[in-house]
Design a protein around this ligand. Structure first.
Ligand SMILES: Nc1ncnc2c1ncn2[C@@H]1O[C@H](COP(=O)(O)OP(=O)(O)OP(=O)(O)O)[C@@H](O)[C@H]1O
Ligand SMILES: [Mg+2]
Length: 144
C-alpha cells in the first residue's frame, strides 16, 4: 500500500492504519515520521486494533517501548528521548527483530542505520486542526 492520503479526523487516521495493517507481517519495521502531535501514536492505535491487540495503546514516550500481544507481538517504540544507535540497541531492538515482532517506531531518526532498508515509512504532516496529510512508503517510492 503506497500513496498519499488526506484524512480529516482521528477516525479516518485509524481507518487508514487498519487498511495498511493488512499487509504487515512478522519482522516488519514501520517507521512513523512527523512532528510532535502529528498523529504517529494515533496511527499506531489503528494498527494495533487491526492486529488484534486488546487494551489501550498510549504514547510510550516515558517508557520508550511497549509490547502488545495480539496475533503477533506488536512492539511500539518512541525513540524521541534516545540519543543514537547504542541507546536504541540497549532497549532490545535486535532482540525484538529476532523474535519476529512487528516493530512500530516513532522518531526512527534516532535509530540511524539500524532501520532496515525494507522498512515501511509513514510520514505525517499537520495540515489543520484535525487534518493530516499521510504518506505511506514515501522513501520506497522515491527510490524507484
Ligand atoms: N486526523 C487526525 N489524525 C491523528 N491525530 C489527530 C487527528 N486530528 C486530531 N488529532 C489529534 O492530534 C493528536 C495526535 O497525537 P499523537 O499522540 O498521535 O501524535 P504523535 O505524532 O504520536 O506525537 P509525539 O511525537 O508527541 O509522540 C491527538 O491529540 C489527536 O487526537
Ligand atoms: Mg507519539
Amino acid at each position: 500500500m503506497k500513496g498519499s492520503f488526506d484524512v480529516k479526523s482521528v477516525e479516518e487516521t485509524w481507518a487508514l492504519a487498519r487498511e495498511f495493517a493488512k499487509e504487515l507481517k512478522p519482522g516488519d519495521v514501520v517507521c512513523l515520521e512527523g512532528d510532535l502531535g502529528a498523529g504517529k501514536t494515533t496511527f499506531t492505535q489503528g494498527l494495533a486494533a487491526a492486529l488484534g491487540v486488546r487494551g489501550r495503546v498510549t504514547s510510550p514516550t516515558f517508557c520508550i517501548v511497549q509490547e502488545h500481544e495480539g496475533g503477533n507481538l506488536l512492539v511500539h517504540m518512541d525513540l524521541y528521548r534516545l540519543h543514537g544507535e547504542d541507546d536504541v540497541l540497549s532497549i532490545g531492538w535486535e532482540d525484538y527483530l529476532a523474535r519476529g515482532a512487528i516493530l512500530v517506531v516513532e522518531w526512527p531518526e534516532r535509530a540511524g542505520d539500524l532501520v532496515p532498508p525494507d522498512a515501511h515509512h509513514v510520514e505525517f504532516l499537520h495540515t489543520g486542526e484535525e487534518n493530516r496529510h499521510i504518506t505511506i512508503d514515501k522513501r520506497t517510492q522515491e527510490r524507484v
